[in-house]
Design a binder for this molecule. Structure first.
Ligand code: UDX
Ligand code: UDX
Length: 424
């Protein structure tokens, strides 16, 4: 099929590269000309394992193209896939202005049949609105089908998730586009889930809200374990063997961040309140997550009561390992709180050099701990699990290692004379 993807961000770019690799002719457009110029020179503006190679391969095979001429491109293609940003507004609702803008461009350029697929995460009712909007704009209902096709990509595993999805969700108003939709993805054994437009939107939100709930449950359990001096990992292992629970996403630590979970949790709450539905559980999930950082800071101040002027090293600034994404990163939020407490913060991350005033960003893991009073692990990069603790000991002034991702082998760290702290 000939597909135009609007939005060359994390979701748009990874999806474009994979669909081209599946054999479709794909044009990826973005309003940011600089981003498109980069891509045309073979430079990929985001880090995602395997993405560079896949883009290079499919550009070479004349399957993947890039343009910043959004309107002209949309006009030419029978399948439009929308992957523009849906950032949060102050009230937690999703800002749909970019989606609306794309829909109005589609309305002004549609004179032959088009399938309009929304991949951006949008609140329930948005795709029904899109359908109504196109009709209001005078487009005959026979000339288009709106489809909700949420993504479930994890950053750092996006291509793996595209090649090995655990499901493919399509929300439609009629069965008309289904034959074509079944040509879109290589799905392997993954089931198709066909539902209504709003059903598909809510599957996406429910998925992310459930993942967030599981993480906040893990963090609350870790707090209880801490009070009873029990190793939380034993609990996670114990309950995780039950297939009704599953060990995945039970890692306790600084809490969930990134461009999706926090944003989608707020947007779902906003959508519920709009219908006078109370969200006691979602509120609790948020509250536990929002208080995790202070919990770890309290743990630190039990050993270092006055942080003023203390030299604190932070390992990991991205919101999770294997990505360059700092969006809603708990590590960055912790750094900001340490700066507020008058600390001298030295940061090291294998992928990103944090540019934040008051922070010394290092390019060498071991240089970053020189003369430090405490070391905090805030993102569980594999590299930190393979640390040479003797080397760290020889360089640090203090002995505190605060594991804010419960990812280190505490026994090993203690063996080198460190005061190893964690929660649960
Ligand atoms: C986006 C949505 O934000 C998220 O809700 C959804 O789940 C997946 O798609 P992401 O790909 O991470 O997530 O967004 P981002 O990296 O911000 O990329 C959006 C791209 O769209 C940007 O490159 C932006 O320049 C582009 N864009 C935005 C347009 O081309 N036109 C617009 O009108 C608005
Ligand atoms: C998430 C969803 O997993 C994905 O399906 C959806 O499409 C987009 O949002 P992503 O944002 O890439 O993907 O990150 P994810 O791997 O889900 O991690 C989210 C946050 O939760 C990170 O901050 C991570 O550190 C944290 N997390 C994850 C935990 O604290 N504990 C865990 O056990 C797992």
């Amino acid at each position: 099929m000939r597909i135009c993807i609007v939005g060359a961000g994390y979701v748009g770019l990874t999806t474009a590269a994979a669909l081209a690799d599946f054999g479709h002719e794909v044009l990826c457009v973005d309003m940011e000309e600089s981003k498109i110029n980069c891509l045309r020179q073979g430079k990929v503006p985001i880090y995602e394992p395997g993405l560079d190679e896949l883009i290079t391969k499919n550009v070479k095979n004349n399957k993947l193209f890039f343009s910043s001429l959004v309107e002209e491109s949309i006009k030419e293609y029978p399948v439009i896939l929308i992957a523009v940003g849906t950032p949060s507004k102050d009230d937690g609702s999703s800002n749909l202005m970019f989606v609306h803008r794309v829909i109005d461009v589609i309305a002004s350029t549609t004179n032959v049949y088009k399938i309009i697929i929304t991949k951006s995460t949008v609140p329930p009712g948005t795709n029904e609105w899109i359908h109504k909007r196109l009709i209001e704009k005078g487009i005959d209902e026979d000339l288009f089908d709106v489809v909700s096709n949420p993504e479930f990509l994890r950053e750092g595993f996006a291509l793996r998730d595209l090649y090995h999805p655990n499901k493919i969700v399509f929300g439609t108003k009629t069965s008309r586009p289904i034959k074509n939709l079944k040509k879109l993805y290589y799905r392997g054994k993954a089931p198709y889930i066909f539902t209504s437009l709003t059903g598909a939107e809510l599957i996406k939100y429910a998925s992310n809200a459930f993942l967030a709930t599981k993480i906040s449950f893990a963090n609350e359990m870790a707090r209880i374990c801490d009070a009873y001096e029990v190793d939380y990992d034993d609990i996670a292992k114990g309950i995780g063997t039950d297939p009704r629970i599953g060990r995945y996403f039970l890692n306790s630590g600084l809490g969930f961040g990134g461009s999706c979970l926090p944003k989608d949790l707020s947007s779902l709450k906003h959508s519920a309140v709009k219908k006078n539905v109370e969200t006691k559980l979602l509120d609790a999930v948020r509250e536990v997550n929002d208080t995790q950082i202070d919990l770890y800071l309290n743990k630190l101040t039990t050993e270092l009561p006055d942080l003023t002027g203390k030299r604190i090293t932070i390992w990991g600034v991205t919101f999770k390992p294997d990505t360059d994404d700092l969006r809603s990163s708990p590590a960055v939020m912790m750094i900001k709180k340490l700066l507020e407490k008058g600390c001298q913060v030295h940061a090291y991350d294998p992928m990103v050099q944090l540019e934040l005033s008051g922070v010394y960003s290092h390019t060498n893991q071991y240089e970053s701990v020189k003369n430090s009073d405490a070391l905090i692990i805030s993102t569980e990069w594999q590299q930190f699990l393979e640390t040479d603790w003797a080397e760290v000991k020889s360089r640090m002034k203090g002995t505190i290692v605060l594991d804010a991702r419960n990812c280190l082998d505490g026994k090993l760290v203690r063996k080198f004379g460190f005061l190893y702290l964690r929660i649960g």
